[in-house]
Ligand binder design. Sequence first.
Ligand code: 5GP
Length: 142
Amino acid sequence: MPSYDPANIFAKILRGELPCHKVYEDDKVLAFLDIMPRAPGHTLVLPKAPARNLLDVKAEDLAAVAAVAQRIAKAAMTVFGADGITVQQFNEGAGGQVVFHLHVHVIPRKAGVPMKPPAIEKEKPEVLSDQALKLAAALKAS
Ligand code: 5GP
């Protein structure tokens, strides 16, 4: 497996070199909205420590990401009026991974509504800002 590349786009977001629509942050984890959401509220949950994917992440960082993904899933059920949540996590190109800093997708779902195809359409920044504020507020209250 190739080594971690600190020039990946999520590493730049983690360093504050690129913006994101943040929904949650603590000492180990950052979560922000996907710019090309497969459904409204599609959130990415990352460890702050460098890790390419599931195959090299430290167990404690993975556990921190999982705990935050669960909190986001629960909050998103209410904020987005979801009927369910899809969680996805891809590893290496053959596994569907495109950005090589570990991230878990938390995707609110409505019954009978299929997910959009991946990376098809950028959401409007004002829509993402509004959704991020609502989700962040629900998480603070949780
Ligand atoms: P994966 O690596 O799990 O296949 O997918 C990477 C995800 O990152 C995709 O869902 C894509 O829409 C999202 N993405 C790609 N570039 C950016 C970006 O610059 N900002 C944000 N917030 N999401 C991104």
